[in-house]
Design a protein around this ligand. Structure first.
Ligand code: SR1
Ligand code: MG
Length: 416
């Protein structure tokens, strides 16, 4: 039956699996095992053997940071593994290789990423990873095309849509924490600076803003465009100097592509808005805030270019809908159709980014970017600037005709 691992109980379990034991090498007593889970939900063990390493992630039957009072079904580990099975073949070099899944222990094993570190921590430390934003964009673009009817037979997509629709517990978490809770007086909402009380009250009282979030929530739950990561924040990305991997796809679902792009854009923007809180760091004096903002454009432009190219590359296949454009005369119409679709994803990206910023500052699950700013007044100013941009993204996404307009507005709000 299920039991939560400890480093001591994990060792014999790994030793009983020949392929994993061989990968680790040496004797089990030589393996270095540490539990490093710092997310909201799970246990995460890093295991270094003499020859290689693995990472073991196991579901707990509750939300880790809350405890047993917030039960959470164990199956989320299965959906993360299924994401690697379904999307993994299209994501070579962008996710860790899946190695094993145990359906009784709700534990998955993937290749250990060394010397990678979590992108969020690296951005907090003022480090630059010039390839990270485009690698994450590549991850989203490949997922968006290859898991959708643009590249797959309808029958295959329908089976996957149905399979991931069962990832209900985590889909509900997102639906509630992003698209509902921040706008209600609930005990699990919090904001860390009393200076935000009036701002939060104004957000909650803003009827057009509530309507915009409700519309986005509806889209999140009803648009089955492609297989999403579902929680693509900067803590879901591991980086080294020359390699970037997306991890933690336990929230995977079929949904609107703009949700993944929006969440990542929001988290880059929040790293940017938090910068005044780190004004003593070396990075603050070397244009680091500007570099962070540039990464938003790098991310969006890479995504848009690759989504368009990957879709166009399937034009000669029999997947829907490009069959209509297969003849030479249809090429201009095909290109125009792709541009319209990208414009649609762009608008979604802005709205979902706004919703993600609001919930990370006023809801249950916060970001270290703001949380680590010790001075409450300074933290509140950073958060208020981010919330001001978020409101604009939610209320007037059509005012941001291109990604440069978002960057300009972010800079204006930060300088305000
Ligand atoms: C109860 S889980 C809270 C949050 O943690 C995850 O990383 C997701 O972002 C979720 O919304
Ligand atoms: Mg996670």
């Amino acid at each position: 039956g299920y039991r939560a691992f400890t480093p001591d109980s994990l060792r014999p379990w790994l030793a009983s699996l020949p392929a994993l034991a061989a990968r680790l090498g040496g004797s089990p007593q030589q393996w270095q095992i540490s539990e490093v889970g710092d997310g909201n939900l799970n246990l995460v063990f890093l295991v270094d053997g003499t020859d290689g390493g693995v990472c073991v992630k196991q579901s707990l039957p509750y939300v880790r940071v809350v405890g047993e009072s917030w039960p959470m079904p164990l199956e989320r580990a299965w959906f993360e593994y299924q994401h690697a099975v379904v999307a993994g073949p299209h994501l070579a070099g962008l996710i860790p290789a899946p190695l094993h899944y145990d359906a009784t222990l709700f534990a998955s094993v993937v290749a250990l990423l060394r010397p990678h570190r979590v992108l969020r921590g690296e951005l907090l430390a003022g480090q630059r990873y010039p390839q990270a934003a485009s690698a994450v964009a590549e991850f989203v673009a490949r997922s968006a095309v290859h898991t959708s009817p643009l590249a797959q037979p309808l029958e295959a997509v329908a089976g996957q849509v149905a399979g991931f629709a069962a990832n209900l517990a985590l889909t509900r978490v997102t639906a509630e924490l992003v698209f509902a809770d921040p706008f209600e007086a609930l005990p699990r909402n919090r904001w860390t600076s009393p200076q935000l009380d009036d701002t939060v009250a104004a957000l909650r009282a803003n009827a057009p803003l509530r309507a915009a979030v409700a519309e986005l929530g509806h889209r999140f739950l009803t648009r089955r465009e492609a297989l999403l990561h579902g929680d693509l924040h900067t803590g879901s990305v591991m980086v080294s100097a020359d390699d970037t991997r997306v991890i933690d796809a336990e929230f995977a679902l079929y949904g609107p592509v703009g949700f993944d792009t929006g969440v990542f854009v929001a988290n880059l923007l929040m790293a940017y808005f938090a910068q005044p809180g780190y004004s003593d760091s070396d990075a603050a004096h070397s244009g680091y805030a500007d570099w962070l903002l540039e990464q938003v454009a790098v991310f969006w432009q890479h995504f848009a270019r690759r989504y368009d190219a990957l879709w166009a590359a399937h034009a000669s296949g029999d997947a829907w809908p490009q069959r209509l454009f297969a003849d030479a005369d249809g090429q201009a119409a095909f290109a125009a159709g792709r541009a319209r679709r990208l414009a649609d994803i762009y608008q979604d990206t802005l709205g979902f980014a706004g919703a993600e910023i609001v919930r990370r500052i006023t809801g249950f699950a916060h970001n270290a970017d703001f949380e680590r700013i010790a001075d409450p007044a300074l933290r509140a100013r950073c958060e208020q600037a981010a919330l001001a941009l978020a409101s604009e993204l939610l209320l007037q996404p059509q005012a941001f005709g291109h990604i440069g307009a978002v960057l300009a507005r972010a800079q204006a709000q930060a300088d305000h």
